[in-house]
Design a protein around this ligand. Structure first.
Ligand code: ZN
Length: 685
């Protein structure tokens, strides 16, 4: 295939999603990797290790690869099919091999050392210096200091890890897609809200090949309403078991997509790789690039939060049990009863339900309100634009303006559909950087959610939880798009310590809870009335409902992840379940089915070579940062433009160009404390 006819080999300002096809992928990526390797060789041959002749051309070739790979990888997540997946899986080991070779290139490492030790280094910008120091650190993490034998072993294990983690994620997706349950008798679905019923009916027609009835699946918009609202306990049990045994040796698909062995291989490979680099375990390696210093510090941090919130979590669960016994004559709660009775208890206590609130949050209102919030805080204008090619008709596109100048663009893909990976995320499509000709490449982001879509002509109605998810991803997006850094490696979200990356996202969620901002983001889909004060007061009262139980659950995941990567040994067969059981004994206050194998679908920590591995604690760590940052707005006014500008110019604008702790201190005037979070969650007075 000629270069000319392959859209992935052409230079596009934005990815040509309307042209990219599966057969373009492998030849394009192979050609780019080959070009890049030649370029590296010629940089080294020239032997001039200045910023302009070493760092800049390397940034250029890295960006070329990322501009081709990012849309491809993205399409595989949002409009996947067998051909795409196969092409992506063919490229993954090639890219991993290329990156490992680059990261292990002794000559390149020495070239960067020469630049770091040159007189020129002191004349570089803060961002340029940081990017060079990060490169040196990453070279060492790539095993550049290893002897040849160990180096090739390192490369081999890295490649295996990349393939196995990708298989892990694929099996979770396959297991999720493979399970569905058709119901023909609507009485079995008593309690389910109309929106969920319509969705199940639609699913039966489309996925079930025109079948009559209601099709339930393990996608969140189908699964969650059943667990929360459906009166039918045996149906809840059936779905819960299908969900929590996905990709395991238990449950309805036992053994079909079993990730057990892959998980052990991932743990073993990570440990071997860490040890090749002279770290005792993967947890130590993971923290080498993070804001937290040691695994022990993280365990102490999590244990401190667990200790401060356990009693509150226990009493919340005891209240739930008492409620179920008193009003429903239920003696003991099963795992599939917790969300169901919690919803009833919440309704009884606060006379408020997720469904009631949904009516006030039509997606178009929420989106434009969210843009107004960003306008008030950061002085930016967000406008819908119509000239960006996309991957699906549901996707809308926007440009961000500051002082009447376009500074960024993004895609918004809100609704769940089949062949789209679950969950919500923001990803980098284009990074802000200065091009060789001196012009500026503007950042572009993907914002992806999985909300229930519109039914018929009515707008999609978001739950308040969806609202927070959307603000969360938009917060990530703003971090990526409002950067003022021109050096790709530390621009936007690039180079930000993993445990600080959730600061802007969790920070922005706070505006889903404020009277003044809710006036902008709510409007009843029929009456147009914004969220009434009465409902808002109830919502605020309900905000911390079971917050200690939620805290306990997140601490369970975080402690499990950190301990697993600290303690894993190839000699003990049943250690994963043992560690999980120990952590549960320490923090978990709700019942767990003995069949539960959630860890085998824990793609956060096992779905990519590093991902959130030994890093799940980052959510809590960043929550502490975000609660503490927001407390300054509570002191100075939630739309205080000067405080907004300060957040923008310290944390958002600087991205990864400075240490996360320094940026936090520059904004807050001191180091972070857990007090604001415990207060925000209603756990501490
Ligand atoms: Zn996030």
């Amino acid at each position: 295939m000629s270069q000319l006819s392959n859209p992935l080999l052409q230079n596009h300002e934005l990815p040509p999603f309307d042209q990219i096809q599966a057969h373009h992928i492998v030849p394009a990526i192979e050609a780019i990797l080959e070009d890049n390797q030649k370029m590296v060789a010629s940089i080294l041959k020239a032997n001039k290790f200045t910023y302009a002749e070493l760092a800049q051309p390397l940034e250029e070739i890295g960006d070329r690869l990322s501009k081709a790979w990012s849309p491809v990888n993205h399409m595989n997540s949002v409009v996947s099919n067998d051909e795409l997946r196969e092409a992506v899986n063919t490229c993954l080991p090639k890219i991993s091999e290329y990156e490992t070779a680059l990261g292990q290139n002794q000559d390149l490492y020495q070239a960067f050392e020469a630049l770091a030790n040159s007189d020129e280094f002191n004349t570089l910008s803060v961002a340029q210096k940081k990017s060079i120091n990060n490169s040196l650190r990453d070279f060492r993490l790539f095993g550049v200091a290893l002897d040849d034998d160990k180096k090739s072993q390192f490369a081999k294990l890295s490649k295996q890890l990349s393939e196995i983690t990708s298989q892990f994620g694929d099996q979770v997706m396959d297991a999720t897609d493979a399970w569905s349950y058709l119901i023909t008798d609507a009485t079995e679905l008593a309690g389910l809200p109309d929106s969920a019923l319509s969705l199940a009916k639609q699913a039966a027609e489309s996925k079930g090949e025109g079948k009559e009835g209601y099709l339930l699946t393990l996608d969140a918009p189908s699964y969650i309403p059943v667990m929360v609202h459906c009166e039918n306990q045996s149906l809840r049990k059936q779905l819960s078991l299908a969900m929590t045994t996905r990709a395991s040796d238990k449950g309805p698909q036992a053994g079909q997509f079993d990730n057990s062995l892959l998980m052990l291989q991932i743990l073993s490979l990570r440990k071997s790789l860490a040890q090749l680099l002279s770290f005792p375990n993967f947890a130590e390696q993971s923290l080498a690039t993070k804001m937290a210093d040691t695994p022990e510090q993280v365990i102490d941090f999590l244990t401190d939060l667990a200790t401060q919130s356990k009693a509150a979590a226990q009493s919340e669960f005891a209240e739930l049990e008492a409620f179920a016994a008193e009003h429903y004559d239920v003696d003991s709660l099963e795992p599939w009863d917790v969300a169901f009775y919690a919803e009833k208890q919440k309704k009884a206590a606060f006379d408020i339900s997720d469904e009631q609130l949904r009516a006030y949050f039509p997606a178009p209102v929420v989106i434009s309100g969210m843009f107004q919030v960003a306008n008030k805080l950061f002085g930016i204008e967000v406008k819908q634009i119509f000239d960006m090619p996309t991957w699906h008709e549901d996707v809308t596109t926007y440009a961000i303006y500051k002082d009447n100048k376009m500074i960024a663009r993004f895609y918004l893909d809100l609704y769940a559909r089949s062949k789209k990976r679950g969950g919500a995320w923001m990803d980098d499509c284009r990074v802000r950087r200065q091009l060789p000709d001196g012009s500026l490449q503007l950042p572009v982001a993907y914002l992806v959610c999985n909300f229930p879509g519109p039914i018929g002509d009515a707008p999609a109605l978001l739950s308040h939880n969806d609202l927070q998810t959307l603000f969360h991803e938009f917060g990530h997006g703003l971090h990526h798009m409002l950067t003022r850094v021109d050096c790709a490696a530390v621009s936007g979200i690039n180079g930000v310590a993993w445990d600080a990356v959730e600061l802007p996202s969790q920070f922005l969620e706070n505006w889903c809870w404020q009277r003044e901002s809710l006036a902008l983001i709510s409007s009843h889909h029929k009456s147009g009335e914004s969220l009434p004060a009465e409902l808002l007061n109830k919502m605020l009262a309900a905000r911390n409902f079971q917050s200690a139980m939620t805290m306990a659950r997140q601490l369970e995941f975080a402690l499990f992840d950190m301990r697993l990567h600290m303690e894993f040994s190839d000699d003990e067969e049943s250690q994963v379940q043992r560690i999980l059981d120990e952590v549960r004994a320490q923090v978990c206050v709700t019942p767990v089915s003995p069949e539960n194998r959630f860890q085998l679908a824990f793609t956060h920590i096992f779905g990519s070579p590093v991902g959130y591995g030994a890093g799940y604690y980052s959510y809590k760590w960043a929550e502490v940062l975000s609660a503490d940052a927001f407390s300054l707005f509570e002191e100075e006014g939630i739309f205080n433009a000067a405080t907004g500008e300060k957040f923008l110019s310290t944390i958002l604008a600087n991205g990864g160009s400075q240490e996360a702790m320094d940026l936090f201190v520059a904004f807050r005037g001191r180091e972070p404390s857990v007090d604001a979070l415990l207060k925000q969650d209603g756990i501490a007075a």
